[in-house]
Design a protein around this ligand. Structure first.
Ligand code: SF4
Length: 254
């Protein structure tokens, strides 16, 4: 199969979480961020690797191979208003691959969504924006120094890219991970609300409460992630309520 190549660590068919309708979600390896709460540390390394128990993570695929697999469920996308989503890792780390896959599936009538931290050069955002129907855009924190402390990178590029997408009419869903005791303080929630209210093309905000899925995987890779129990019942609803108090944009449990 021809085309650019990337390392795919999971393809989830019949997904209903990452965008509207029934979707195929393709997860690419490679991420320049190191979010302390990351639930997929197996995505950080851009290469095929193994867990300590020998299980292989990732396989190299061409854009053509990915497109063939995605197209198998075209009838379900058509019936449900779905499509394909590329996630990661950070899929913009392999933006040329994303652009090629999205161009090919769109030529076949499939709608596209990308789940991203937005940490990428503007030129890459521009290229991918031309073939993307929906941006599932993470905003992990509004304070620059805390963002660097929590994710390893500054949030300036991320916020600039978000504003560029908004000015250019992109369809945007904001995704806000909420980590108890880390980024769920009032000033951050208020700033998130103000950000959303100042944008024109945000359909809604998804609150994404912390899930401790990354811990065992990190142990098996010799990596470190934040280790805390799942938030108490009602936490997500409480975050939705608090964030709703700071913005006119609809806030949901993601
Ligand atoms: S951007 Fe996503 S994949 Fe990368 S470290 Fe953060 S949560 Fe993990």
């Amino acid at each position: 199969m021809k085309g650019k190549r990337a390392i795919v660590f999971e393809i989830e068919r019949f997904a209903t979480h990452d965008g509207p309708g029934i979707r195929t979600v393709v997860f690419l390896k490679g991420c320049p961020l190191r979010c302390m709460w990351c639930h997929s540390p197996e995505s950080w390394n851009p290469s095929v690797e193994r867990y300590s128990d020998g299980t292989v993570i990732g396989r190299e695929m061409s854009s053509g191979e990915v497109v063939s697999e995605v197209m198998e469920d075209k009838d379900f996308y058509d019936a449900s208003g779905g499509g394909m989503t590329i996630s990661g890792g950070e899929p913009m780390f392999r933006w040329e691959f994303v652009e090629e896959v999205f161009s090919k599936v769109r030529a076949n009538g499939v709608r596209t969504a990308i789940e991203t931290s937005g940490y990428a050069p503007l030129s890459a955002m521009e290229a991918v924006a031309s073939v993307t129907d929906l941006w599932l855009y993470d905003v992990k924190g509004m304070d620059a120094s805390k963002h660097r402390e929590h994710t390893g990178v500054d949030n300036r590029t991320i916020l600039e890219n978000l504003r560029w997408l908004d000015v250019h009419g992109a369809n945007i869903v904001l995704r806000c991970p909420m980590i108890p005791g880390v980024n769920d303080f009032d000033a951050n929630i208020a700033a998130l609300g103000r950000l959303a209210s100042g944008l024109k093309h945000v359909d809604h905000i998804d609150v994404e409460p912390y899930i401790p899925y990354g811990i065992d995987k990190a142990h098996k890779l010799g990596l470190k992630v934040y280790e805390a129990p799942s938030p108490p019942e009602g936490y997500a609803g409480e975050m939705v309520r608090r964030l709703s108090g700071f913005t006119s944009v609809s806030v949901r449990r993601g």
